[in-house]
Design a protein. Structure first.
Length: 124
């Protein structure tokens, strides 16, 4: 489970893996109840490029592993993850970039909660 550092971008974001079997512990996974919401979040955040050339970000939408889906009845089969990979030349640049991403993600989720009827229906 050891990641090989990239000489150009030696700092990487460390996040707790979804399971002990994950091969890449350097990924932040944000769960969304549907593929549509995960894709909407990706598109909303992806339009803003990183401000520094010393930081690289990669966003993708992937299905959640079966072991992380909560309901045994199969209600959570559509759960999708917004998978985020960050690389930066320094820890400071990584911290600043991830903080900016989290602010953008917070705004996107708040807008979804206020404006998207599917989100409200899913919570009830």
């Amino acid at each position: 489970m050891t990641a090989i550092p990239d000489p150009e971008f030696p700092c990487s974001m460390q996040a707790t893996p979804l399971s002990c079997d994950d091969d890449d512990p350097n990924v932040l996974n944000v769960p969304f109840p549907t593929a549509r919401l995960a894709t909407t979040a990706l598109k909303a955040i992806q339009v803003d490029p990183e401000l520094s050339p010393l930081v690289r970000r990669q966003l993708t939408v992937v299905p959640a592993p079966k072991s992380t889906q909560g309901s045994p009845s199969g209600d959570d089969t559509d759960i999708q993850l917004l998978e985020v990979h960050y690389r930066a030349t320094t820890n400071r640049m990584l911290r600043v970039a991830v903080n900016g991403f989290m602010e953008s993600l917070k705004l996107v989720v708040e807008v979804m909660e206020q404006l998207d009827t599917d989100v409200l229906d899913h919570q009830q």
